[in-house]
Write a protein that binds this ligand. Structure first.
Ligand code: AMP
Length: 281
């Protein structure tokens, strides 16, 4: 694996590979890698000549009171994991390589229809930061295909729409949520959890599994939503940030349950750690 830290070097490298007709797969991450990340890289390896992974903790997608400064980082361990799945190129830029040197960061707005709900509502500006960094990374890596986890379902839709709007010649692939054995969706932020909080964190996946059963029994969507609210309330360390039941395509509210077209998006604070999960009904 080669490691590249400047935008110019990545551009030169990519231009040479495109020249000889290589197909590029790209996986953007914020590092502190786990099996969820590695699943995207394995998928990318299957379908491309060359896999580029970026590790960049993007400041513009964090709110002022969020965890930018304490976001977990371990580049040495990440490099070993990247080698283990035979990633070809690691792009690990400094902030100044991604954003202009004069300090004026121009953030592009994300699509507003997809960002009114859920994390868009609770984390103002978050998706603007995501779209801005992903567009910049697409410009540099010029991938044929880019791989994103459905764990961040709203992010996946926002990026898919951005690629269409900006006419990036890239296919956006969504990969399934990878979970711990007990059901907790893998996340770099799980490392913040104390042992007791780790137990309590199961409320997210359990509430979603319960919701799926209730939907299969034909319970109306508002009642399903209420059941999730109550399940979260039962856990002392848990505080609901949002639970929304939306169209899985448009993220607009839905009246009726149409199988395969409804998604439950859930965000819960466990202590101070904010976790998200989702379930397609
Ligand atoms: P992050 O480093 O959290 O920005 O995540 C980088 C990519 O990995 C994003 O596309 C995430 O959706 C994806 N990802 C994170 N956790 C998981 C997971 N548990 N399963 C599948 N993909 C994931």
């Amino acid at each position: 694996m080669i490691s590249i830290s400047t935008a110019a070097e990545l551009q030169t490298y990519v231009a040479a590979k495109l020249q000889i007709g290589q197909r590029i797969g790209f996986v953007p991450t914020m590092g502190y890698l786990h099996e969820g990340h590695l699943s995207l890289m394995r998928e990318a390896k299957k379908h491309n000549d060359l896999v580029i992974v970026s590790i960049f903790v993007n400041p513009t997608q964090f709110g002022p009171k969020e965890d930018l400064d304490k976001y977990p980082r371990d580049l040495k361990r990440d490099k070993e994991l990247l080698e283990s799945v035979a990633v070809d190129v690691l792009f690990v830029p400094a902030v100044t390589e991604i954003y202009p040197l004069d300090g004026s960061v121009k953030v592009f707005p994300a699509d507003s229809l997809l960002t009114v709900a859920a994390c868009g509502n609770k984390r103002p500006g978050h998706f603007d930061g995501v779209v801005t960094v992903v567009a910049r990374l697409f410009d540099l890596a010029q991938p044929h295909t880019a791989y994103f986890g459905l764990k961040d379902y709203q992010q996946f839709l926002v990026i898919k729409k951005m690629a269409i709007d900006k006419q990036y010649p890239v296919e956006i692939v969504g990969c399934p949520i990878v979970r711990e054995k007990d059901g907790l969706a893998m996340s770099s932020r799980n490392t913040y959890l104390s042992p007791a909080e780790r137990e309590d964190s199961l409320v997210l996946s359990c509430a979603l599994a319960m919701a799926k059963q209730l939907a299969a029994q034909g319970l109306p969507l508002p009642d399903i939503r209420q059941a999730i609210v109550e399940a979260v309330q039962e856990v002392a360390s848990a505080r609901l940030d949002y639970v929304e039941i939306l169209s899985s395509e448009t993220l607009q509210p839905v009246e009726n349950y149409v199988p395969g077209q409804v998604i439950i998006l859930l965000a819960v604070y466990i202590g101070k750690t904010r976790l998200i999960d989702n379930m397609l009904l």
